[in-house]
Design a binder for this molecule. Structure first.
Ligand code: SF4
Ligand code: SF4
Ligand code: SF4
Length: 356
């Protein structure tokens, strides 16, 4: 096993600040009443009259947009270690999609546009508890028509058409992972700390357990909504578990806070139930995003090293000379492996090509 390079002094100082700041910020953002009574939240944490959600989205979007735009403007392939190579058309399109989806779908439309439409005062938000029901938790599909259409129709069609490109081109969580993964430190975190052992791959079943949990929880919410089965205590217990264990601890603290310790895709690989569902739908698709190796593969293994999902790409490419994709792996079609390969041995198969 290759030795993990030591972190620079600058990075160590950054991490000493990063870990406590991330924990405190997420605590304030998601559980402000731990610090002040409910009626004081607005006065204490709403800076310039804007909600904590607004500030969180502003910082998040600034990070994503800055780093994705930087890749586009510099035009340098961020996945090749030690050599300066131009960025591929695929990567340019991916980072453009990340930039615009983050800016429009996850910032301007939800946080800025409503003020112009409704003529509300911009710097005077009323108090709203932070929404901890992200669509990726799937149970929204049981409690709203929009959620139902999105999760049980749009997502399967997307998985059928483009595999899990959704995760590397559009999803807000994935946008941050890709943007940070394009930086020098982000690349080192992905390369050096993404769990890649056999045990780490086996542990991916954890995501399936979370899928079962959110499906069961969603069904319970649906039955409760229609007063078919009412159990307030059970729903409260499951809600608390979802909010603290899944949303806060796993999704936020580990999902984002552990980037420097475990790479950028721990939540996507072990947590996100939507990813597991896409994988299930992907099994039934006629075509999907797949990667194929050609005879130029030399077994160098850069492809495995840069994969943020911990996939042993080399064993598909070199040993099996095979095609790999959603059926066999949690691949998100980020294309890092293709961009990292020094012999151009990898390429995406055409999206609509027949399954083989
Ligand atoms: S795995 Fe889930 S959280 Fe990660 S990018 Fe895909 S949908 Fe988003
Ligand atoms: S696909 Fe490229 S990077 Fe991966 S093992 Fe083969 S030559 Fe090396
Ligand atoms: S196998 Fe390649 S395209 Fe798939 S997630 Fe890993 S690096 Fe990205």
């Amino acid at each position: 096993m290759s030795k993990i390079p030591t972190r620079s002094d600058k990075e160590i100082i950054f991490l000493w600040l990063f870990f406590p700041i991330v924990i405190i910020l997420y605590l304030v953002y998601k559980f402000p009443t731990l610090f002040v009574p409910l009626e004081e939240v607005k006065n204490t944490f709403y800076f310039f009259g804007k909600s904590t959600s607004f500030w969180y989205a502003t910082v998040y979007t600034a990070i994503v947009c800055y780093f994705s735009l930087r890749v586009i403007i510099r035009g340098i392939n961020p996945y090749r270690a030690g050599v300066v190579k131009p960025i591929s058309t695929y990567q340019r399109a991916k980072f453009l999609s990340i930039f615009f989806s983050q800016l429009l779908l996850f910032y301007l439309i939800p946080f800025i546009l409503p003020y112009f439409q409704e003529g509300r005062e911009f710097f005077n938000d009323s108090y709203h508890a932070v929404n901890k029901d992200a669509y990726i938790y799937i149970y929204n599909g049981f409690t709203s028509v929009g959620g139902l259409i999105y999760i049980f129709f749009i997502v399967p069609i997307l998985a059928w058409l483009v595999g899990k490109r959704y995760c590397s081109w559009f999803c807000a969580c994935g946008n941050l992972a890709e943007a940070v993964g394009s930086t020098t430190w982000g690349q080192q975190w992905v390369r050096n700390y993404t769990p890649r052992s056999k045990m780490a791959i086996k542990l991916e079943w954890l995501q399936f357990l979370i899928l079962i949990f959110v499906l069961a929880y969603g069904l319970l919410l649906f039955l409760d909504m229609w007063q078919i089965f009412i159990s307030e205590s059970l729903i409260t217990a499951l809600y608390n578990f979802q909010v603290f264990a899944i949303d806060f601890m796993f999704g936020a603290i580990i999902g984002v806070g552990a980037y420097p310790l475990l790479g950028t895709r721990i939540w996507c690989r072990y947590g996100c139930p939507l990813a597991q569902m896409m994988k299930l739908f992907g099994k039934f698709s006629l075509s999907q995003a797949r990667i194929q190796a050609n005879s130029d593969c030399r077994g160098i293994g850069e492809c495995s090293t840069v994969c943020p999902m911990g996939i042993d790409v080399k064993s598909f490419a070199y040993n099996k000379k095979g095609i790999y994709g959603l059926t066999q792996t949690p691949c998100i079609s980020c294309g890092s492996c293709i961009s990292a390969c020094p012999t151009q041995a990898l390429a995406f198969k055409t999206i609509f090509s027949k399954r083989s």
